[in-house]
Ligand binder design. Structure first.
Ligand SMILES: CC(C)(COP(=O)(O)OP(=O)(O)OC[C@H]1O[C@@H](n2cnc3c(N)ncnc32)[C@H](O)[C@@H]1OP(=O)(O)O)[C@@H](O)C(=O)NCCC(=O)NCCS
Length: 178
């Protein structure tokens, strides 16, 4: 799948969700998975077989003053952007009929700002674009706010519940094959 990106501004902060594998911070993923930490080879295999939507905080790197040219003081060189990964949502998918959503996470210092909802809207855009999509599945905590979160954002129905977890299945009738 061609990589996609989305931007979101909140005050003076710019956030990006991207499916570009080259940008993913392996360190971020390793520290987000509390237990167990994976070998880098296993992490690579996991990423190669997933569509990872990574959430980044975008910031401009500071350049030393010498880089600002005297000839064009009004338009200094644009410093390059840097992206700090602060969240993710992972789809295990065949990119056609089925997707399993897992590892939905926003770092605590950026929770409650609407970023989780926005990231799930990006997930929905990705799954909605799958031409033969039949189901999006995921498990979530069996708590009212979680149920509401996924029901509203992914139009998903709770399917089953077991030991404090619920299984959601979001269904869309596939387009008729020609
Ligand atoms: C769930 C999570 C991704 C939401 O991200 P977020 O950026 O804080 O979410 P937003 O600010 O966009 O929206 C917050 C909404 O999510 C709801 N929510 C759903 N699940 C939640 C959870 N596990 N923890 C906290 N809030 C949750 C809140 O009730 C709130 O709803 P409201 O706006 O109607 O009050 C984030 O809280 C998180 O990473 N939690 C820890 C990991 C986790 O629980 N992952 C999901 C497993 S099912």
């Amino acid at each position: 799948m061609e990589s996609k990106e989305w931007y979101y501004r909140l005050g003076d902060q710019t956030f990006m969700v991207s499916t570009e594998p080259q940008l993913v911070s392996h360190d971020f993923i390793q520290t987000s998975f509390s237990d167990p930490v994976m070998s880098s080879e296993n992490l690579r295999i996991m990423l190669d077989n997933s569509c990872l939507l990574s959430l980044y905080l975008k910031s401009r790197d500071h350049l030393p003053p010498s880089k600002l040219t005297a000839e064009s003081p009004a338009a200094p060189l644009q410093p390059p952007c840097s992206f700090t990964q602060i969240g993710m949502a992972r789809l295990v998918t065949d990119y056609m009929t089925l997707a399993f959503l897992t590892d939905v996470f926003v770092v605590p210092e950026h929770q409650g700002k609407g970023l989780g909802k926005w990231m799930i809207q990006c997930v929905k855009e990705v799954t909605d674009a799958m031409p033969g999509l039949r189901r999006v599945m995921f498990m979530a905590k069996n708590a009212p706010q979680t149920v509401k979160f996924y029901e509203e954002l992914l139009d998903a129905k709770m399917h089953d519940q077991e030991r404090g977890k619920v299984v959601f299945m979001s269904r869309r009738d596939p387009e008729v094959d020609s």
